[in-house]
Design a protein around this ligand. Sequence first.
Ligand SMILES: Nc1ncnc2c1ncn2[C@@H]1O[C@H](COP(=O)(O)OP(=O)(O)OP(=O)(O)O)[C@@H](O)[C@H]1O
Length: 638
Amino acid sequence: MRSLVRILSTTKELWPSYLGIVLSSVLMSVTSLVTPFLIGRATDEVVALAGGRGGTTRTIVLIALALLAAELLNTVLTNVGGYLGDTMTARLRQILSTRYFEKLLGLPQRYFDNELSGTIIGRLSRSIAEVTNFLKSFSNNFFTMLITTVAVLVISAFYAWPLAVLLAVMFPAYMWLTARTSSNWQRLEGEKNEQVDIANGRFSEVIGQIRVVKSFVRERAELAAFDQRYGRTIALTRQQARHWHGMDTARRAVLNVAFLGIYLVIFLQTAHGVFTVGVMVLLIQLMNMARQPVMMMSFIIDSGQRAIAGSVSYFEVMDETVEERATVGSVATAVDAGPEGPQAPARTIDDHVIAFHEVDFAYEPGRPVLRDVTFHADAGERIALVGESGGGKSTLVNLLLGLYPPDAGRVTLQGQETASLPLDVLRRRVGVVFQDPSLFSGTIRENIAYGRPDATDEEVREAARRANADRFIERFPEGYEALIGERGVKLSGGQKQRVAVARAMLKDAPVLVLDEATSSLDTKSERLVQEGLEELMTARTTLIIAHRLSTISSVDRIVTLRDGRVDEIGTPEQLATSGGIYAELLTLQASNTLADRARLKAFGIDAGGADTGDPDGADLDSGGVHGQGDGADLARRS
Ligand SMILES: Nc1ncnc2c1ncn2[C@@H]1O[C@H](COP(=O)(O)OP(=O)(O)OP(=O)(O)O)[C@@H](O)[C@H]1O
């Protein structure tokens, strides 16, 4: 319940709407209370006229017209309240959803490592739908209910106090039984929600990777697991429904017994001449009106229970701690800031563009991934990270981007400690081309300009041209406005890569991280992508997770990783003969045995393209060997 109060107290902008809804529901109940009085009065008038004891047709017609006026007013008020309720619900949904999204955008990477995106989305829609539905039905009905109840109690006390006593006993008894239903119901609802969230999480993962599912012929298995999860909710619902309907039967029985007493009082008092027939009709209508709030109460409590269960999941997310080093300003200002973002108040502590200094890191306690990692990159240098798969190369990039904080040691970017830079400032300085290009649905233009939505058409075209993407884009009838489908599904692997390169080109960050993705491309696409990357690397400091020997041989320095530690650092020439990982790679490359090929693969090195001898092959573009880093330190660390 506290969470619902929290929602109300944090949506002050909606208070005028709540007030409007409350006001219209108050007026609504007043107009509906007029009706029994008018009908009661009309009954007496009709009885008198029929019995020849006074009463006039004119009065009856006037009462009928008054009834019409009351009902018309009631209709108008119902719809005004309904309109306000609908718009309030939409605004509330917008506010809660936006806050949820904003919160998620600010959560650290670690949070997403442990959650399925479908679960996050499912939880959002369920929680918000339940909370908004409840608030809507609450504000539309609660006050009508309250006013009707009080009015019925007062009026019935005026005519016959036993009626008021019976009603006064019935209301709390009914509420008590309803409240008793609640706690057990909520626990079961929570368990059901968990099953549904897991099922929906998997659902969206499966749809997102439908090609893999199809290729492994896993449709039936996925479907069965999904069905099983929902199946579990049936058993829980049975338990829940048994409990709920059992309690409801008891509640209604109490109500029915109370009404037996009420009707007996009304009928007998009328028979003994205490009430006129008109008063009897009035009281019967009032008592029936009293039934409504009682029934409505169980509906409101039911949706209230759902809302409480739903808002718990909502607030679990809202109570998560956002990334420690907030971006400068809110998420919104961060997105809108210029390429460098607002000025960062960080101190320069060394001269390197990128530096890792004695860095330790573990994703999970007790399972170190990086140990005592120290290396640096100076302006314009290209540094290749080489190591076995799972050796920690991507983890180094994650630390550089501030996605995780190092457990020990220091990472610096352009001389400033990353830990002291606001995250948006830090991330604006680093362009990344991921192995998986990760495009968004929308147009090619939108994707290229993702980091700089304000870029001119000319700038977008220039970025595409330099990324070798312009020709294929211009072949689309819609050109840059061509829609590329979810995650760019309508583009080939090489085309996606080139759009990703153009996107990084336009971002124009001084530091570049490249997770080479050439193994999935054919030779021609690979060369086109590589040309784009070469252009992108020009005049930038680049950290490359290298997947091709040709790339490695053309960098300024190689950093090899073994068991999470830096094994060697040196120029390709120096490391070629040092007996370390790079030398091993060269030997493996020269070998044709399957075992050696497999070993090469374990380093994530694309054995196929690297040594086919194909003149169009991957190695062709190794041409531009960049300054071989004379002073590069050859250092065996282990
Ligand atoms: N989010 C994560 N949570 C827990 N462990 C992780 C996470 N990401 C990576 N790891 C683990 O950290 C280790 C290093 O992974 P990393 O991705 O850095 O390796 P890599 O050298 O980039 O490998 P590859 O060349 O195969 O991409 C691996 O053992 C991996 O299982």
